[in-house]
Design a protein around this ligand. Structure first.
Ligand code: ATP
Ligand code: MG
Length: 345
């Protein structure tokens, strides 16, 4: 399977621990793939790796419609398996089934100021996008703390994420340093982000990042006609009116996607040069992109379809994952309570 970039596997060792997750707010899309999934795939089997179906985090902006989150839980597991994540190599589990994560969130909340939370640029941006006005749910404002709980509960030091998540990594390390300082011992581990070459894939509208909530995504389960229509609607260079006109590739979403997903970088470089000189039409380039997306997505889509017909298998994957993850997360929570001096009995 084509991955949009390569990762230096030799820099990973057995002590490394990877943690990532996805909000259960929709099916997985190309942004997930380029920003995080392909790195998880490249690194599976190299060290411990846990993937969280982040249902509690999904509820932080869906509190009034919990069904919107519940309905996507098994679909996420199917997406993971369909892209090639192997439950024998990675632990796949559900956030709400691990109570230690909620407990840790409560303990860490005492170390984070309100001002620090409202300064978080991603949260600020999302609050604006979601048009909460004065009605920002407390859970939404504090979700970076719950992410810190997720990461530290597994002792993770590597987090493959898109660049919208960089402030969350910073927030996690702030908490880790503060906590360790307060208790006077290195109980929690610092982490760093593993970002990819396409760590902020724009949506098909070319404006914001591709995102479930913004309705601008191409899903890993889309059919070929949907993919073709989405590519056809993509923003290119508004000045490129005639085929013979020289065109711009910077900010041209079609080329951004070709860079991220076409398996032949040399061919993309030739297309770019031709487009810039003039003489290459938007439709021709879009057809090239459609073909490469169809060949990436169709096998994933077909595997996903089969997996969705076997929900018991998906549930077993979550159950196995929960068993392993409970042991680790409970252990961290006990360490946290012990170091805070709370285990007085
Ligand atoms: P929502 O809109 O509900 O927040 P989402 O589409 O943003 O959903 P998340 O579950 O928030 O998806 O993100 C999961 C992971 O995928 C994160 O590491 C995030 O950085 C990465 N990711 C999501 N969208 C993109 C994107 N467009 N480009 C690169 N990485 C992305
Ligand atoms: Mg998001």
């Amino acid at each position: 399977m084509h991955t949009p970039y390569s990762i230096d596997k030799s820099s990973i060792d057995k002590n490394d621990v990877i943690l990532t997750g996805d909000r259960a707010t929709g099916r997985l899309h190309l942004g997930h793939y380029s920003g995080s999934l392909s790195q998880r795939l490249a690194l599976q089997g190299q060290c411990a790796q846990t993937i969280l179906v982040a249902d509690m985090q999904g509820l932080t902006d869906n509190g009034h419609q919990p069904g919107h989150v519940a309905t996507h839980i098994l679909g996420l597991v199917a997406d993971y398996l369909a892209v090639g994540l192997d439950p024998d190599k990675v632990t796949i589990c559900q956030q709400s089934q691990l109570p230690a994560l909620a407990e840790l969130t409560m303990f860490y909340s005492n170390l984070v100021s309100y001002t620090r939370l409202v300064r978080n640029p991603t949260v600020k941006h999302e609050i604006n996008d979601k048009q909460f006005g004065q009605q920002v749910p407390v859970g939404f404002l504090t979700y970076p703390i719950s992410q810190a709980a997720d990461i530290t509960a597994f002792g993770a030091n590597l987090v493959p994420v898109g660049d919208d998540q960089l402030p969350m990594i910073e927030q996690t390390n702030d908490i880790v340093r503060k906590f360790n300082h307060v208790v006077g011992e290195p109980v929690l581990r610092e982490c760093r982000a593993l970002t990819s070459k396409a760590s902020r894939l724009p949506g098909v509208d070319g404006k914001s990042k591709m995102s479930n909530s913004l309705g601008n995504a191409i899903y890993l389960s889309d059919d070929n006609d949907t993919i073709r229509d989405a590519v056809r609607s993509m923003y290119t260079d508004p000045q490129h009116l005639r085929v013979s006109d020289p065109g711009r590739v910077e900010g041209n979403v079609v080329f951004t996607y070709l860079d991220a997903f076409h398996p032949d970088a040399q061919h993309v470089a030739e297309l770019k040069a031709h487009y810039q000189r003039g003489g290459l039409g938007d439709m021709t380039v879009k057809n090239v992109l459609t073909d490469s997306l169809v060949s990436l997505i169709s096998p994933i889509r077909e595997r996903r379809k089969a997996l969705m017909n076997a929900p018991d298998h998906l549930l077993d994957v979550l159950k196995d994952g929960q068993q392993k993850a409970s042991i680790q997360t409970n252990q961290t929570c006990q360490n946290v309570k012990r170091s805070l001096g709370l285990l007085v009995g």
